[in-house]
Design a protein around this ligand. Structure first.
Ligand code: SF4
Ligand code: SF4
Length: 93
């Protein structure tokens, strides 16, 4: 079996987006968060900070790795898997 490059593997990733977010952020907790570790921890780059320091998040494109929930020090993240048939799917070439 051939070893696939990271770029090739990522090109095989597909998302089927459910209208109901499977991750919900309690942004009131984010306002007091000094480190905002979610921004650097998310491998999909789905968290960002705007010029006013507010957190923004888009659940579309989530790899469902669970890292954000684990690293958040304020338990601000409500996390569940998307309903069956939705979310990320990984191709194998
Ligand atoms: S680490 Fe948690 S509390 Fe801090 S900004 Fe991210 S989601 Fe909000
Ligand atoms: S589960 Fe993983 S990919 Fe999805 S938002 Fe959290 S850190 Fe990012």
């Amino acid at each position: 079996m051939d070893i696939l490059s990271v770029e090739k593997r990522l090109s095989l990733v597909r998302f089927r987006i459910h209208e109901k977010p499977h991750i919900v952020i309690d942004v009131s907790k984010c306002e007091e968060c000094d480190y905002k570790v979610c921004v650097k921890a998310c491998p999909a780059g789905l968290f960002s900070i705007d010029d006013e320091g507010r957190l923004h998040f888009n659940y579309e494109g989530c790899f469902e790795c669970g890292t954000c929930r684990i690293v958040c020090p304020n338990e601000a993240i409500s996390w569940e898997y998307p309903p069956g048939g939705f979310g990320v799917s990984l191709g194998f070439g």
